[in-house]
Design a protein around this ligand. Structure first.
Ligand code: CP
Length: 335
């Protein structure tokens, strides 16, 4: 499969599809999957693949030497924060790490998002922002003169997660077209599924089944907007409706932090659990099992040992390669 991935990317290079776009991302904000062309997505994935050996072999690199990346996180994070940290440091950049911004920075004294962004732009070359409000990344980009990378804004989008998800899908299946996927869990509040649908809608022939309880279905307005982009979306509410032999299952957590009523959260949290029985009944031999993580109880831990489960190792590691690529491309560094 890896060989196929390399061949496809080499083909794209030979057609100069990627070179033609190689300056498109310099100085750009990374806010939404809406902003990308298919060629730009391929360029990011190709660059990630090129940079992968640096991390795998822990080879020192000076690609981002002299650059400083601010990591401004108002919401908790393990993966996004640490993989951006790893990506920046692997490429020789310095970091300004701010976790729990609401309690550990001058935000606690009442400083606005705008003023915090204007402050960090005095000290750094890129700001990676996670924030609980939908649209906050756009708000930051409107005031900043340096690139803003959206590391998750409320229930809206998580573009860098999607880029690593697409890298994973491409690496594992060999394509980004004519895919059948199942996204399950909290379609209403989860931002990763919305970004993933947008990303897959840039490529032809993709179908995504959205498996959730009625209450956690994607908002109607969002569903109509996403469907208008050409991707086929099919909402389902029972396991019996899962298509056999899908290319990927993308399981997600019910987002406790978005519920105002804890009883309501508890009612929904374990209604869709990925188990060996479910796999036995509905998955194909080549179906891959993905999850953006963190997982709570929605994947039985015994599934971790299934060779088709990619969430715990491959998918997470791909996050570093893709974030290395983004940092390099946005700063215009030659890879
Ligand atoms: N997938 C993801 O965004 O994980 P974190 O919340 O740990 O960053």
């Amino acid at each position: 499969m890896l060989k196929l991935f390399s061949c496809l990317l080499d083909y794209l290079m030979s057609k100069k599809i990627i070179e033609k776009n190689s300056h498109n991302l310099i100085g750009k904000d990374i806010i939404s999957l809406d902003q990308f062309s298919p060629e730009e997505i391929k360029e990011i994935l190709y660059t990630a693949k090129k940079l992968k050996p640096l991390r795998d072999l822990a080879k020192p690199s000076k690609i981002l030497s002299g650059k400083i990346i601010s990591l401004l996180f108002y919401e908790p994070s393990t993966r996004t924060f640490s993989s951006f940290t790893s990506a920046a440091q692997q490429l020789g950049a310095g970091i300004i790490p701010i976790q729990n911004a609401a309690s550990s920075s001058s935000v606690i004294k009442g400083e606005s998002l705008k003023d915090t962004i204007l402050t960090l732009e005095c000290f750094s070359d890129i700001i990676v922002l996670r924030h609980p409000e939908n649209g906050s990344a756009n708000e930051a980009a409107a005031v900043a003169d340096i690139p803003i990378i959206n590391a998750g804004d409320g229930t809206n989008e998580h573009p860098t997660q999607t880029l690593l998800d697409m890298y994973t899908i491409f690496e594992e299946t060999g394509r980004l077209t004519n895919l059948t996927g199942v996204c399950a869990g909290d379609m209403l509040n989860g931002r990763t599924v919305k970004s993933l649908i947008k990303g897959l809608s840039l490529f032809k022939g993709n179908t995504v089944y959205l498996l959730s309880s009625e209450k956690l279905r994607i908002a109607r307005r969002e569903l109509h907007a996403l469907s208008a982009s050409g991707i086929k979306l099919i909402e389902i509410s029972t396991e019996e409706e899962i298509p056999k032999n899908a290319d990927f299952w993308y399981w997600t957590r019910v987002q406790k932090e978005r519920f105002t009523n804890l009883k309501e959260y508890k009612k929904h949290k374990n209604t869709l659990v990925l188990t060996p029985r479910l796999i036995e009944n509905y998955a194909g031999k080549k179906t891959i099992f993905m999850h953006p993580l963190p997982r709570v109880d929605e994947i039985d831990v015994s599934v971790d040992n299934d060779p088709r489960a990619v969430y715990m190792h491959k998918q997470m590691r791909n996050g570093v390669y893709v974030r290395m690529a983004l940092l390099a491309l946005v700063t215009g560094k030659k890879v």
